[in-house]
Design a protein. Structure first.
Length: 117
């Protein structure tokens, strides 16, 4: 499996923003913002959810929403409020909101083929 990173910005509800380097993880449902960044941009928890890892173990984390800016577009998206040692992840929900897919062969984000059926 290849590893793909993308640089972007995250913006909180008060307009504070931070640069961020996301690991693109098409296996993750939600994007994750590390603790130092979500606290800096003043995100607040809105609800809790339980997430299951590939090994079957689970963890409960707070969820919020922020504005994400990438070279390919920008949008509001739900995010997991990570802990201090968590890495920033760009998950499939954010990719779909932005109309993007991960091309695993070229390791790039590209526009999704949109259908109206």
């Amino acid at each position: 499996m290849g590893i793909t990173y993308i640089d972007g910005k995250v913006v909180g509800p008060t307009g504070k923003q931070e640069e961020i380097r996301f690991l693109v993880d098409s296996g993750a449902t939600y994007s994750l913002i590390p603790q130092v960044i979500w606290q800096t941009i003043e995100l607040v928890p809105k609800k809790k959810m339980v997430f299951t890892f590939a090994d079957g173990s689970s963890v409960e984390r707070d969820i919020s929403e922020c504005y994400i800016i990438l070279p390919q577009g920008e949008a509001h998206t739900p995010v997991i409020l990570g802990e201090a040692d968590d890495e920033a992840l760009l998950g499939i929900v954010t990719l779909e909101i932005l109309g993007l897919i991960l091309n695993p062969f070229k390791r790039i984000l590209q526009p999704m083929k949109m259908m109206l059926a």
